[in-house]
Design a protein around this ligand. Sequence first.
Ligand SMILES: [Zn+2]
Length: 84
Amino acid sequence: MGDWEFVGCDLCGGNDSQTLFEVPCEDAPHGAAQIVECATCGLRYFSLRPSASAVIRRYPTVSAPIQADGAMPSSSEYGLFSHD
Ligand SMILES: [Zn+2]
């Protein structure tokens, strides 16, 4: 369970949500990941979800797009929003 974390809504910061769907996932605490809907703003997202350190362990050969401390590189480092 320590590798999975509860996350609040990234849009409004709310912590009240309802489970909409369960997705079979053998790594998840009860064999399923949940897609939830925020009770405040309606955003749908995964929670619980794997922690950053668990993702890095799972994909050790990928140059880490996220750091162990959760820091994200800027999008320009990966050319995600290049329009030229
Ligand atoms: Zn919300």
